[in-house]
Write a protein that binds this ligand. Structure first.
Ligand code: TRP
Length: 358
């Protein structure tokens, strides 16, 4: 028997189409790693509901969009199980058990949660319990599949740390090494700024280039990108650090010598933003064209995409239910089944009501 392949798990919330930020932070790694690993990718619709409880339609509609983005990017259903979180109830069960191992204040200290709370503006005292506790549900996602590797962007590192803590706490408390401690796999460039120069590309900030964007949309977005605000005239020396245009070039360009030369020229002065942007546009068009073409192809075969999701979910559920059984056994709470099994042995039922002697 060949050696068992290691397992990868990642996920995305289906709240919109995927963009270049997803591609750089995680998607690209998933496409290349699916050959060596057993990969599961979770369309995390339950997690999406933690801040979209009033809008399940949005979550529902975006499941297909995200699936199309995966397939278009080169995630192969032959190598990767794409699955839908809400169809794997074992994940919710695991979450319940893990909840007892995490304190409220630990969740409140989670840097990703803190950051997201600022953006979400739930209002004083109105943070949904589900939102605060989603790191626990994410730990359930990761551990349910026994994932040892999680390819994510750096914004997800606190989630991984939280998961690792839960794993250690669980294994320690129940004195069995049931859960696997996962490692994050973060690419060298894992975070893209938005086209407006804000720290993060995100759908909610409206500063994203989507994998499905049409060529003229891409071009318009690139040409409108924020650059060095002090680089007013072509002959002025410019800054390439924290300049989104150059950060994108670093992330997507393959001709590193040419990019180094352009940076030098820009720093010195004499290289205009328009020239750099035109070059970036060429590069992004080249990266996105095959993805867009494949996406349109898959869009024509939606029932087959649903089938891919169904099969991926089925495989995922099998694995998750094994983990859940191990978890319950380690906790010693698999007794109810054995009580039920006992009663099955009884052939004839006779309810005896014994009166206590007076
Ligand atoms: N929290 C991740 C995001 O917002 C999505 C996600 C859900 C995830 N479950 C996961 C990522 C498990 C990695 C592993 O993008």
């Amino acid at each position: 028997m060949d050696e068992k392949k290691k397992i990868i798990l990642t996920g995305d919330r289906p709240t919109g189409k995927l963009h270049l930020g997803h591609y750089v932070g995680s998607l690209k790694n998933r496409v290349s790693l699916q050959n060596q690993y057993d990969q599961y990718i979770l369309i995390a619709d339950m997690q999406a509901l933690t801040d979209n409880a009033g809008n399940p339609q949005k979550v529902r509609d975006n499941i297909l969009e995200v699936a199309l983005d995966y397939l278009a990017s080169g995630i192969s259903p032959k190598k990767t199980n794409i699955c839908i979180q809400s169809m794997i109830p074992e994940l919710a069960e695991l979450t319940m058990y893990y909840m007892n191992l995490v304190s409220v204040s630990r969740l409140e200290r989670n840097p990703t949660i803190k950051e997201e709370l600022k953006l979400r503006k739930f209002g004083e005292g109105a943070v949904p319990v589900g939102f605060l506790t989603y790191p626990i549900s994410q730990a359930a996602d990761i551990t349910a599949f026994g994932a040892s590797l999680v390819p994510v962007g750096e914004d997800q590192l606190p989630m991984l740390e939280q998961t690792r803590e839960i794993v250690r706490k669980f294994n320690q408390t129940y004195k069995r090494n049931v859960l696997v401690e996962p490692q994050a796999l973060v690419p060298e460039i894992s975070r893209l700024p938005g086209i407006d120069g804000k720290a993060k590309m995100s759908k909610s900030l409206g500063n994203a280039i989507y994998l499905a964007d049409e060529p003229d949309v891409i071009r318009k977005k690139v040409m409108s990108m924020y650059t060095d605000p002090n680089h007013l005239r072509v002959q002025d020396p410019g800054n390439v650090e924290n300049n989104p245009v150059f950060m994108y070039l670093d992330a997507f360009g393959t001709d590193k010598d040419k990019i180094a030369e352009m940076k030098e020229h820009y720093r010195r002065g004499g290289l205009g933003d328009v020239v750099v942007k035109k070059y970036l546009n060429e590069i992004l068009q080249e990266v996105l064209e095959p993805i867009r073409i494949r996406r349109k192809e898959f869009e024509k075969y939606k029932p087959e995409v649903y089938k891919i999701l169904e099969l991926g979910t089925k495989n995922a559920r099998q694995l998750a239910s094994k983990t859940l059984a191990n978890v319950k056994s380690a906790m010693g709470i698999d007794y109810a089944q054995s009580l039920f099994d006992e009663s099955k042995k009884i052939r004839k039922w006779k309810i005896v009501i014994q009166k206590t002697k007076s």
